[in-house]
Design a protein around this ligand. Structure first.
Ligand code: CA
Ligand code: CA
Ligand code: CA
Ligand code: CA
Length: 244
């Protein structure tokens, strides 16, 4: 591994290679129901777990599918709320990721015949592994509400070490460092979560992010831009200060 930077965390001295260029994963190349295998590898590997079923399937769900689907709550715009719902300027996000509730694929083409998101609580996990550590991670969250939202969180890792977790509840809790007054969770909502910097965990990047999915919902628009040199300089200066 190219050791672009080292930092000292609870895991000891950690060496990370930095991504060469910006990347946003919008999953709009997936068709409605397409089962995730290796479509985004090697840069991003996506797996998942569904403790409610005998299978673990992550699939695309086209939020702009023209026609009826197994879950209209995942279809928009228009959305019923959230910061992507703003009436005159609603954001269309196309295909998003779900933990699949059924594995029906009668014609064996790798595309679920009636994709639906897992409705049990908790629904499982969506596990993202980045070949090169990413300095920030942002995402869109569709249709999560109540206790399902309360049971949801993001886990951030580097080199197998759990740096920390952020509960979805923190996005709507005043006083939390992740509070965003524009976020409104609820049925048939869509929200864009501002990128969370690895620097918040005194790390220079994440190589794994696990979405702990409390209940039926969908995920999209993973924002993982390369750091600006200024950001690196600040991180480096902070590291030097700590070392002294
Ligand atoms: Ca999308
Ligand atoms: Ca099929
Ligand atoms: Ca559903
Ligand atoms: Ca719903």
């Amino acid at each position: 591994m190219d050791c672009s930077l080292r930092f000292i965390g609870a895991a000891g001295v950690v060496c990370v290679a930095l991504p060469a260029s910006a990347q946003v994963y919008d999953f709009n190349t997936l068709v409605h129901g397409e089962i995730i295998t290796n479509q985004f590898e090697p840069a991003l590997s996506i797996t998942g777990t569904n403790p409610n079923r005998a299978f673990d399937i992550i699939a695309g769900f086209d939020t702009q599918f023209l026609g009826s689907t197994a879950d209209p709550d995942l279809q928009g715009p228009p959305w019923s709320g959230g910061n992507l719902a703003v009436s005159d300027d609603a954001v269309a996000i196309g295909t998003a990721l779900i933990i699949a509730q059924n594995n029906r694929d009668n014609n064996h083409d790798g595309i679920l015949d009636a994709p639906n998101d897992e409705g049990s609580n908790p629904a499982g996990t969506i596990d993202l592994r980045f070949a090169s550590p990413v300095p920030v991670f942002g995402l869109d969250i569709v249709d999560i509400e109540g206790t399902m939202m309360e049971g949801s969180s993001l886990d951030f890792y580097i080199n197998g070490f759990l740096l920390g977790s952020v509960a979805f509840e923190e996005f709507i809790t005043m006083g939390s460092p992740y509070y965003d007054p524009t976020v409104q969770f609820g049925d048939h909502t869509a929200n864009r979560i501002q990128p969370i910097p690895a620097g918040n965990f005194m790390a220079i990047g994440f190589d794994r992010v696990v979405i702990n999915v409390g209940g039926s919902s969908a995920y999209d628009t993973f924002v993982v831009p390369a750091p600006a040199s200024g950001v690196l300089a600040i991180a480096g200066a902070a590291l030097l200060r700590r070392k002294r």
